[in-house]
Write a protein that binds this ligand. Structure first.
Ligand SMILES: Cc1cc2nc3c(=O)[nH]c(=O)nc-3n(C[C@H](O)[C@H](O)[C@H](O)COP(=O)(O)O)c2cc1C
Length: 370
């Protein structure tokens, strides 16, 4: 599976793995792919710094990337507004009522309440880029638009290529005009923030639209060697996989304890490809989540509409913390793509990588035999 792109990044396989877990990111890089650490959860730059020091020490000198979330527009950013005061009482009451109905207990008094995800505020994401550039990222990727020009320029000054996710041809062209080097063509099937066009249609559209102006990675619904072969057949130079790594044996955030499958992993293992939903309830922008009693409650007739980003995540951040503490696989709040239907086992990253590569090779051999 060695390709020009893999050679350019100094990796064995053109498999880029987005993951919020530094343990999984490092394991992917060690196994010959490019682990890309999602940084949106790091509200504190010092925590990110410590994590990147850990990445430097645990990747055997292999390259890794980082991913930030800078939405093209955050209406409240930069203004002295109390974001909490913009959340309607009706929404808060709905969240409290729903958690009570679902039997999710309040947090115990000794637990610190999280501030919610602030990583998608530009000020926080910029601090993340500053921290990352002191390390050796092989790539900086951005969700939800091109990063601002000065961020792209700063990355380029450090010799770091910039990638951005695109759910439509217009986004891809816009990225290229802004100086983005790698376009990640992400189809509707994908976990997390996603557009409305399926990968099968989107990838060749974007490959043709950007031509030689950028490298294209395919994302959305990839979880096997056959799907990697399909993505390369559609013209992509590599793949960008997210959901697939959520059931890695190494999956945990920071120093969290990790004995056996987590509650979220139990929920993922039993889900079928029909058990996801694209909804705005996670962040305020459409994102594909695992369908659970939590997402169903928001889809009910009496539920309010989700708030815009970043208010929706502030609204549900306490709820997400309570849901995680409650340990009930029927009530989780987790981005996951349709490939979840094939994620039926907890496996070490190295074993999964080997399977991806072996199945890819077998697929190519099968095609050649025709
Ligand atoms: C749990 C989870 C969290 C995600 N968070 C981010 C993120 O913070 N930034 C980002 O660029 N993409 C994020 N994504 C999207 C992934 O980068 C990737 O594009 C997507 O998972 C690919 O589709 P797949 O899930 O079908 O593999 C997330 C995906 C998942 C499953």
């Amino acid at each position: 599976m060695t390709t020009d792109l893999a050679a350019k990044f100094g990796i064995e396989y053109p498999i880029f793995a987005f993951t919020p877990s530094e343990h999984v990111a490092a394991a992917v890089s060690r196994a010959g792919g490019l682990g890309v650490l999602g940084c949106v959860r790091f509200n504190d730059p010092e925590e990110l710094e410590a994590t990147l020091v850990w990445m430097d020490e645990n990747t055997d000198g292999k390259p890794y990337g980082i991913d930030i979330v800078m939405p093209a527009k955050v209406p409240t950013e930069g203004k002295a507004v109390d974001l909490e005061s913009l959340i309607p009482a009706e929404h808060r009451a709905f969240v409290d009522r729903t958690l009570a109905d679902l039997g999710v207990p309040p947090l115990s008094d000794d637990v610190e309440h999280s501030a919610g995800v602030l990583g998608w505020l530009h000020s926080v994401a910029r601090a993340q880029v500053d921290v990352a550039l002191k390390h050796r990222p092989a790539l900086i990727a951005n969700a939800l638009g091109s990063p601002p020009k000065d961020v792209i320029d700063e990355a380029h000054k450090h010799g770091v290529p910039v990638a951005a996710l695109a759910g439509a041809v217009a986004h891809a062209r816009h990225h290229v005009e802004n100086g983005v080097d790698i376009v990640i063509a992400q189809g509707y099937e994908a976990g997390g923030h996603t557009g409305e066009i399926a990968s099968m249609v989107l990838v060749p559209e974007i490959v043709d639209a950007v031509g030689d102006d950028a490298i294209v990675l395919a994302a959305g619904g990839i979880g096997s060697g056959r799907q990697i072969a399909a993505a390369l057949s559609l013209g992509a130079s590599g793949v960008w996989m997210g959901s697939y790594w959520l059931t890695a044996a190494e999956y945990k955030l920071g120093s969290a304890s990790s004995e056996g499958p987590s509650t979220i992993q139990k929920a993922l293992l039993k889900a079928t490809s029909a058990d996801t939903v694209r909804t705005r309830i996670y962040s305020g922008k459409p994102a594909r989540l695992l369908k659970t009693k939590w997402t169903e409650a928001w889809a009910a007739k009496d539920a309010p509409d989700a708030l815009p980003m970043p208010l929706q995540n502030l609204l549900v951040s306490d709820a997400h913390q309570r849901i995680s503490a409650a340990d009930n696989p029927d009530v989780v709040a987790m981005p996951a793509g349709q490939i979840v239907g094939r994620m039926n086992e907890i496996r070490p990253v190295a074993d999964s990588m080997k399977d991806l590569v072996d199945e890819y090779e077998a697929t190519i051999a099968r095609l050649r035999s025709f």
